[in-house]
Write a protein that binds this ligand. Structure first.
Ligand SMILES: [Mg+2]
Length: 265
């Protein structure tokens, strides 16, 4: 009897699970061959809001992995889907962020505005973030716009450095307005719930595979999924001794997870 026995589909984090920097991790093509051969459906879920799913798919193809755009869910796309479910028709959105976010919101049918008034201010990572951004978006929030954040990551690793992430921009807007954003990405639940909807699975039928305790594993546990940690990214085995966040299963990499998968035979 394995904890994996009832699992019918997977949510897979991307950075630190499938690739690291400019390279696929070892065993990844074989892992996806396995999932497709076994008929195990999956969604790649990422807090990265800067790229469109088509760009993510093209990036993976460049690395040698064939993944369709509709097998990827970014926090930007999840934010647009969330607003489609919850916002009134014709709602106006003031976006703070990049092409990935702006395109997702536009394609979801929202009217994008550069200054308030707006029904929503939606913020993700923004390479051009500046004083005027805080002023325009913050004034709209102060005037009553609902404040949504794509993901809470204050930093992310890039080019061997630690760079400011969406959470840093959200913190600036919160400092100005006194308003905390509703978060869509991990460890919040909307991104996870939207991915489960796409797979037509209940939480107990799905597992989330990730490399970060405080985002992936926490999100999986909060949402009621089996939470699987792989040690190919941020978290090292020694980190498990110093945290209250307990993954259900820990594997060295996706190859070890594949070897542990129960066979139907
Ligand atoms: Mg990751």
């Amino acid at each position: 009897m394995s904890a994996l026995d009832g699992i019918r589909g997977l949510l897979l984090d991307m950075d630190g699970v499938i690739y690291r920097g400019p390279q696929l991790l070892p065993g990844v093509p074989a892992w996806f061959d396995f999932l497709r051969t076994q008929g195990i459906p999956f969604v790649l879920v990422t807090n990265n809001s800067s790229r469109m799913v088509q760009q993510m798919s093209a990036h993976l193809a460049h690395l040698g992995l064939t993944i369709a755009p509709d097998e990827i869910l970014t926090s930007a796309q999840a934010t647009a889907l969330y607003l489609q479910e919850h916002a009134p028709a014709g709602a106006t959105v003031l976006p703070v962020g990049h092409e990935g976010l702006r395109t997702a919101l536009y394609e979801a049918g929202f009217t994008l505005v550069d200054a308030g008034p707006a029904d929503y201010v939606v913020a993700g990572v923004d390479w051009q973030f500046k004083y005027d951004t805080i002023k325009r978006a913050g004034q709209a929030i102060r005037a009553g716009a609902a404040f949504i954040g794509t993901n809470p990551d204050r930093t992310f690793p890039a080019h061997g450095e630690i760079w400011p992430g969406a959470g840093t921009m959200l913190a600036a807007l919160t400092a100005y307005t006194g308003v905390e954003p509703l978060i869509i990405g991990k460890p919040a639940l909307p991104l996870i719930e939207l991915a489960l909807n796409r797979l037509h699975l209940a939480p107990a039928q799905a597992a989330l595979v990730g490399d970060r305790l405080e985002t992936d594993i926490l999100a999986g546990q909060r949402a009621g999924l089996l939470a699987i940690l792989v040690l190919t990214g941020v978290t090292q085995r020694a980190d498990l001794a110093t945290t209250d966040i307990r993954p259900d299963l820990v594997f060295q990499d996706l190859t070890e997870l594949r070897q542990a998968w129960p066979s139907d035979a």
